[in-house]
Design a protein around this ligand. Structure first.
Ligand SMILES: Cc1cc2nc3c(=O)[nH]c(=O)nc-3n(C[C@H](O)[C@H](O)[C@H](O)COP(=O)(O)OP(=O)(O)OC[C@H]3O[C@@H](n4cnc5c(N)ncnc54)[C@H](O)[C@@H]3O)c2cc1C
Length: 334
């Protein structure tokens, strides 16, 4: 393998109903940093059919080139057809790094591409850096059930490929940067895919969107019961935030799994995160440690959550939260 043939950072884009997924913009931010460090170009690839109006904005978020493979059938996600097109494109363009969102679609697509090209793939990365002397991509992700963080580098295959969940990297600032736009028009047919879409079903709408919430109040085992979650709800209400939790209240049936924060739940970075009765297991921390301000309420002064908290309150949450609510209400009136 001649590594010198490979140059550039490539982001694989994703969209749904002509709306580009937020993770693509986040990856553009990180991709820009990596490309600048390597002194190479940053490109983003989109497969779709009605995305023409979205292309320019990808330049505003950092891309040097937008490659748009356009065909009516590509408005829907066909696993094998997408894999084939992207595999060929990667072989042709030879980027040294390929980044994909760890969304359900990305998690389906990335292993297929990596197998076709015989590449290493590091899934669910939480950190990406360049090793200065070698240009290798250092890809950090949780391993052994999330109990360890491992940093990998792909020594024997290029390009280096990683997936990253939404919410891990920050959204970059929008600028007036313009990208080169390359449109590749194709006439793919359903027969080009071995899979067929027989029916599309709407997923039941969830009334919450944790990923976009600015204030999140989360409870853990320490809350004690489903009934006790009322004080968490009340605190969320006075602060105008969303209620969430660690995995324990979800497993105990105190709340739905759409509210779980962490490695196997949602990864968020709100302005304010208040952790109530949550110990701070690594699988929970990866879901919230990028929050701007973290407040932890825990009766155990040695709880690991205090290591990431900006403000810590040691004590019984059942006494502290009612006092907090009272104080917030008082200040709101004043
Ligand atoms: C593969 C894998 C994936 C996982 N994914 C996730 C995930 O996505 N999200 C997640 O959260 N976990 C996940 N977990 C589980 C994780 O390891 C922990 O078990 C879980 O986060 C612990 O939840 P907790 O902090 O609510 O409970 P505990 O660890 O039991 O902590 C309860 C805390 O409450 C405090 N407390 C008790 N009573 C009070 C009180 N009255 N006032 C104040 N504090 C009190 C205690 O001091 C303690 O620190 C995963 C585990 C594995 C193996």
């Amino acid at each position: 393998m001649d590594k010198s043939q490979y140059k550039g950072v490539m982001i694989i884009g994703e969209h749904f109903r002509n709306k580009i997924h937020r993770v693509v913009y986040e990856l553009l931010g990180k991709g820009r940093e990596l490309a600048d460090e390597l002194e190479v170009k940053l490109s983003v690839v989109l497969l779709g059919s009605e995305l023409d109006k979205k292309l320019e904005e990808l330049g505003n978020y950092g891309a040097d080139e937008v490659i748009y493979v356009k065909s009516p059938i590509l408005k829907d996600y066909y696993s094998d057809l997408y894999t084939k097109i992207l595999t060929e494109l990667i072989q042709d363009k030879k980027p040294e790094i390929v980044l994909i969102g760890a969304t359900p679609t990305g998690k389906d697509l990335a292993p297929r591409i990596s197998k076709r090209l015989n590449l290493g793939l590091t899934a669910d990365c939480t950190q990406l850096e360049i090793e200065e002397e070698t240009r290798y991509l250092l890809q950090t992700c949780p391993t052994y059930g999330g109990n360890l963080m491992a940093t990998m580098k792909a020594l024997n295959s290029y390009p280096q490929m990683s997936t990253v969940a939404c919410g891990i990297f920050e959204l970059p600032e929008k600028t007036d940067k313009k990208a080169k736009i390359t449109i590749i028009e194709k006439e793919y047919k359903e027969e080009d895919s071995i899979s067929k879409i027989l029916k599309k079903m709407e997923k039941e709408k969830k009334s919450i969107n944790l990923a976009d919430a600015e204030i999140v109040i989360a409870g853990g085992r320490g809350v004690g019961s489903k009934e006790n979650f009322k004080i968490i709800e009340e605190l969320a209400e006075v602060l105008g935030g969303e209620v969430a939790g660690s995995r324990v209240p979800v497993e105990l049936g105190w709340m739905g799994n759409e509210r779980q924060i962490g490695q196997t739940g949602t990864i968020i970075s709100p302005k304010l995160y208040i952790a109530c009765g949550i110990s701070g297991a690594i699988q929970h921390l990866v879901g919230m440690e990028n929050s701007d301000v973290i407040v932890a309420i825990n009766k155990d002064p040695n709880a690991p959550i205090f290591e990431v908290a900006h403000y810590g309150i040691v004590g019984d949450l059942h006494k502290i939260i009612p006092e907090l609510i009272k104080e917030i209400k008082k200040r709101k009136i004043e």
